[in-house]
Unconditional design. Structure first.
Length: 762
């Protein structure tokens, strides 16, 4: 197995190298340099704009405290570089010709700009460089500035020695540095004028050498030396110095106290009531979304309802979750009977949830938590349906903290969400269960062990009932970061699905199914970086037994597998993707084996995800119906698998045709608020024997070959406030039936789906 993995990696590396040589024409270039002020001192936080002359597209960057700036990943062409800063006179350089792979270095020296008289309340800045006793810049040293009211602010010097205090009100200040490697520094009082940008470099002095010890004086009236040496005293055992006591080891679950070298701390009676000083990030300032807090709906400031301040004591917090989601979906689908049916689907969810927890928010894992989330759904296809549901209701308790890195173990019990892998290929659901989770190795490893008693789900609203499905799912997984390569995370998991069939339900004419399905899944997955490539892969092997399969009418032994691979590469604001998906199919040979792969409750985010027609809509074909059950399901919505069952109400079915899919797409980040996603896919069955045999048994045509067709989709996500509090997601997708699938539908007409979703979050 090891040699096969090495061979695959070497082959992939050779292909990547060949691709890199073949695309030498498209190698990107770089424009870099430094920014200095009128005195020649480096200038940080200066806005620079580079413009592609051919396309007119701008890119912005800010100079580092050292004055350095870099624009990387630039296509070959002609550029203009300019500076946008109110402190200095305008500067620009036109006609910068950049060849493929070239680096152009530019040194910028700015001139002063005559500034208008600032307002009396205009805030100022104090910045400079901290120099150590040896004449080199000192980094990571605390610097304290104190105003006339005695209020301290602290900054820590950068590795270059640079420091900055911004947003200072006019007034009298003094500055000090207390460092154990040099003499303390105190500036004395000085006045900062309105809008003043003051440069204050600090040079620390070494400690003076210690004074020499005083000479030893002979004692007065010392006795004369004896004429003869006295006899030596009797021998004694040498006195040993006491061995240093080893530092006490923290007890299990304890975290040792951490102190600075000089024991200095700034006293904060309420550690949470810390307000960040105003900072003008945008230029001009009127483009900044929230300069001052505008109330509880301001997502850019701290909020008690979002866990930023405690609601009781110093460590009890609340997190309120309110959502309003609307989705409108006009579509043309295969619904059995006619080749295609025009529908208008509308879905609306109102979500309200609250979590109360004890802890230090981001500083360490929660000590305990209580969460409940309710959802009220309204949906319409042929008629309006409403459904309330409790989608989350759990208790969480931290069992232990193992070390100062806060490696921990916690347990969560109740209705909760869980995803078994990176992309949702096997199990994504809110279910009633118990989950043990935590991390190890300074968070380099994370693990989960979960057991769920499955609840019924409503196919239209996707919400859960409290009715048991007589199904138990047990899942364990472990994530290992930097596995073999920096930035790559591997995940291994195992899942057990024991499904004894849904109970009898007279309301929906459901008869009891006394037979059972027992399946074990073994999985290996990965997500991260391989050099310049982003890679995501997944593999599952399933084995077990189905006591009575609905298509064979007999017991079958399960032996099926699934594999997926996505490779992507970033090129500035574009990401190019290629992916492949394989789920094994069954040959319907009557051998007593079932080799068509099926999941438990999947919801994959892969190859277009929510935008792809094949994943977004379900498909029914008359000829696939089991006796007495009406039109037969080929695919279920939010699933890639043609498993020929409803994942919301039926057992997993491993007698199915499987799937082969090849996909390519481009993700385009048009701006911080707009992302566009495009996809094109080719789909076919891994083995068309099962659907072909079923339609032939009913004297119907179709599925004479494995071809399904072509899937094209275009979608976008628009965030007008550049956050997740409000966003709009529109999309359109088409499926062009081909070959045997088109024959089974009785038409080659294109199936279409368009939707628009908007969501408001608090």
């Amino acid at each position: 197995m090891r040699w096969a993995i090495r061979l695959a990696v070497l082959t992939l590396a050779a292909l990547m190298a060949a691709g890199g040589r073949a695309s030498a024409q498209g190698t990107r270039g770089t424009i870099s340099g430094t920014v200095a002020g009128p005195t020649g001192a480096p200038q940080g936080a200066v806005t620079l704009i580079v413009t592609n002359i051919a396309t007119g597209i701008d890119r912005r960057a800010a100079s580092e405290p050292t004055g350095e700036f870099v624009f990387g990943g630039l296509a070959a062409g002609t550029y203009r570089l300019r500076v946008e800063d109110d402190t200095f006179a305008p500067w620009s350089q036109d006609s910068i010709v950049l060849a493929g792979g070239q680096t152009v270095s530019i040194k910028i020296t700015l001139a002063s700009r005559a500034a208008p008289t600032p307002a009396p309340t205009a805030r100022g800045t104090i910045a400079g460089t901290l120099i150590g006793p040896e004449g080199r810049p000192l980094g990571n040293i605390p610097i304290i500035i104190t105003n006339a009211a005695g209020i301290d602010r602290r900054a820590v010097s950068e590795p270059s020695g640079a420091y900055t205090f911004g947003g200072l009100q006019p007034g009298v200040y003094h500055m000090r540095v207390e460092d154990p490697v040099a003499q303390p520094f105190a500036s004395g009082n000085f006045t900062l004028n309105p809008g003043e940008q003051r440069q204050l470099d600090i040079r620390l002095q070494p400690f003076p050498p210690p004074p020499p010890p005083p000479p030893s004086a002979a004692p007065v009236n010392a006795p004369a030396a004896p004429a003869a040496a006295a006899a030596p005293p009797p021998a004694q055992a040498p006195v040993r110095a006491a061995a240093p006591k080893p530092p006490s080891k923290p007890k299990r679950g304890e975290v040792p106290e951490v102190t600075m070298a000089n024991g200095e701390y700034e006293v904060k009676h309420d550690r949470w009531d810390f307000h960040y000083p105003p900072y003008t990030r945008y230029n001009p300032p009127d483009k900044m979304p929230f300069v001052e807090s505008s109330g509880p709906f301001d997502s850019y400031h701290q909020n008690t309802a979002k866990g930023d301040f405690p609601i009781a004591g110093n460590d009890i917090f609340a997190n309120l979750n309110l959502q309003f989601n609307n989705n409108a979906n006009p579509r043309n689908v295969a619904a059995g009977g006619d080749a295609a049916t025009n529908q208008f689907f509308y879905n609306q969810n109102a979500v309200a949830g609250l979590e109360i927890f004890k802890g230090d928010t981001v500083f360490q894992p929660k000590s305990w938590a209580i969460r409940a989330t309710g959802v009220f759904n309204v949906n319409r296809v042929a008629a309006v349906n409403t459904k309330p549901a409790l989608e989350e209701a759990f208790l969480e308790k931290r069992l232990s903290v193992f070390d100062p890195a806060f490696d921990f173990m916690s347990v969560r019990a109740g209705m909760q969400n869980f995803n078994a892998d990176f992309r949702g290929f096997l199990f994504v659901d809110n279910q009633l269960g118990v989950r043990l989770f935590g991390n190890a190795g300074s968070n380099r490893a994370q693990y989960n062990i979960a057991a769920f008693s499955m609840r019924d789900r409503d196919p239209a609203s996707q919400l859960h009932d409290f009715t048991s499905r007589n199904q138990t799912v047990v899942i364990g997984n472990i994530y290992l970061q930097d596995f073999g390569a920096k930035g790559y995370t591997a995940m291994f998991n195992v899942a057990l699905n024991r499904d004894q069939g849904p109970p009898a339900d007279a309301a929906i004419k459901q008869v009891a199914d006394p037979h059972s399905l027992n399946v074990t899944y073994l999985g290996f997955h990965g997500d991260g970086k391989w050099g310049g490539w982003s890679v995501d892969h997944a593999f599952y092997q399933a084995f077990g037994t189905d006591d009575l399969n609905k298509f064979t009418g007999s017991s079958v032994k399960i032996n099926a597998r699934m594999a997926a691979l996505e490779l992507s590469r970033d090129a500035d604001w574009k990401r190019y993707r290629v992916s492949a998906f394989y789920a094994s199919g069954d040959d319907f040979s009557g051998s007593g084996k079932a080799t068509g792969f099926d999941s438990i409750t999947d919801n994959p985010n892969f190859a277009g995800g929510q935008f792809q027609y094949w994943t977004q809509q379900n498909t029914k074909v008359d000829g696939l119906a089991a006796v007495g059950t009406g039109a037969g399901v080929l695919t279920e919505k939010f699933s890639l698998l043609p498993s020929m069952r409803s994942k919301f109400s039926e057992r997993s079915n491993f007698v199915n045709p499987g799937l082969v899919m090849v996909n390519a797409g481009v993700d385009m980040r048009m701006s911080p608020s707009l992302k566009i996603v495009t996809n094109a896919s080719y789909l076919k069955f891994a083995n068309n024997a099962v659907p072909k045999a079923l339609v032939e048994a009913r004297g119907l045509p179709g599925f004479e070959d494995a071809t399904i067709g072509l899937d094209f989709s275009l979608g976008a996500k628009f965030r007008p406030f550049v956050n997740e509090n409000f966003f709009i997601v529109p999309g359109v997708s088409v499926l062009v039936p081909k070959g045997g699938f088109a024959t089974a539908l009785g038409s080659t007409s294109t199936l279409t789906s368009g939707f628009i979703t908007f969501q408001v979050n608090y």
